[in-house]
Design a protein around this ligand. Structure first.
Ligand code: AMP
Length: 359
């Protein structure tokens, strides 16, 4: 490259450390990097930003994927990428996002702790419904644009704090996301990385390699799943004899004919060809019933959740999810359900948490 041009370029290049104050403000550690809360040094705006430093150096496959997708995506429920910084001195890649003060993981953790301390916190009426609606809206947008997130989990469902977008859900962390097209490559060949498998759809747990149109019955094609023999070997029918969604809900006083229960059932359908899509779910009668979903999931109420804490640079973040407890510890008899949510082309691994409020 021409020397003068190179020098000019280097002089003009904006450097993240010149523009933003973020030292000591680490708020998250994801699969693909470190996230800092940041503010502009020049005071051009008082906004809070999230700066994500991508793990490793140079533009890796996942960084490239995340940047390429985020540049194209624009939806109120998908986190907006503001800028990309390439730090030439250490070959680090930085992504600048709007800052979201909360996420579903911390919200759930807060409620579990408040229940454990015998001070259960009431959720604003309709908050669960609004969360679900906005998650579905964001997923539908992604799927309609042929993007599969593939790592949806509570920590990646961000919620905006005080400000113009108060209480707005933002789906984040596109590191695993991929564009999908037809015909699909075998799913198992795409990414050998083990993603958080608690949120995987049952057909993916059973090793589905690609989307097949199953012949109806209960779930006829389960027998064709690569891991079906393993399931047969390890599965003790007696362990699950008394487990059913209806029984579980009865215990928590959710009526089996309520709209919320019916929607849950549709989302939890084992057979991926019968499970409803995000688009269908958005049209569900549950969302037309009072209380209606609101753009501010907190519905104007005071936000009781603490702000993000700064993490010690070397300290690993406590993000090990104690799934076994989600079902037993949820306050106010809410049920947080792991929804193996699959939509559009029926190949996604999306699973969403739904909290069903006790009436
Ligand atoms: P990620 O690498 O995107 O999974 O981010 C890791 C963690 O950083 C997340 O689980 C959040 O707790 C936090 N985080 C990510 N993006 C943001 C954001 N835009 N605003 C605030 N916190 C974030």
């Amino acid at each position: 490259m021409d020397y003068d041009f190179k020098t000019k370029l280097a002089a003009e290049r904006e450097r993240v450390e010149d523009l933003f104050e973020y030292e000591g403000c680490k708020v998250g550690r994801g699969t693909y990097g470190h996230v800092y809360k940041a503010k502009r040094k020049d005071g051009k705006d008082e906004k809070e930003y999230a700066l994500k430093q991508i793990e490793g150096t140079g533009i890796s496959m996942s960084a490239c994927r995340e940047i390429a997708l985020l540049r194209e995506l624009k939806h109120p429920n998908v986190i907006a990428l503001q800028k990309v910084f390439l730090s030439h001195s250490d070959r680090k890649v930085w992504l600048l996002f709007d800052y979201a003060e909360h996420d579903l993981w911390h919200i759930i953790k807060f409620h579990r702790a408040s229940k454990a301390n015998k001070k259960p916190m009431q959720l604003p009426r309709g908050m669960v419904k609004s969360l679900l609606y906005q998650i579905l809206d964001g997923i539908h947008y992604l799927h309609a644009n042929w993007v599969l997130h593939r790592d949806l989990k509570p920590a990646n469902i961000l919620v905006m704090g005080e400000g113009p977008e108060r209480g707005r859900v933002k789906i984040a962390d596109m590191g695993f996301a991929r564009l999908f097209n037809s015909p699909l490559k075998p799913l198992a060949d795409l990414d050998p990385v083990v993603v958080t498998f608690w949120y995987r759809a049952p057909e993916l747990l059973l090793g589905a390699r690609h989307y097949t149109k199953a012949i109806d019955k209960d779930w006829e094609d389960i027998r064709k799943m690569p891991e079906y023999p393993t399931l047969q070997k390890d599965f003790r029918r007696t362990t699950y004899a008394n487990s059913s969604l209806i029984k579980y809900m009865e215990k928590h006083k959710v009526k089996p004919d309520s709209k919320v229960f019916l929607l849950l059932q549709k989302l939890l359908t084992m057979d991926p060809t019968k499970r409803i899509t995000s688009e269908q779910a958005l049209q569900d009668p549950y969302f037309l019933e009072d209380p209606l979903p609101t753009t501010d999931v907190f519905a104007g109420c005071q936000i009781p959740y603490p702000k993000r804490e700064f993490l010690n640079e070397d300290e690993p973040e406590e993000k090990t999810e104690k799934h076994e407890n989600h079902f037993v510890n949820w306050p106010l008899h809410h049920v947080i359900s792991l929804l193996h949510y699959n939509s559009f082309q029926n190949i996604d691994t999306h699973c969403i948490y739904i909290c069903l409020c006790k009436k």
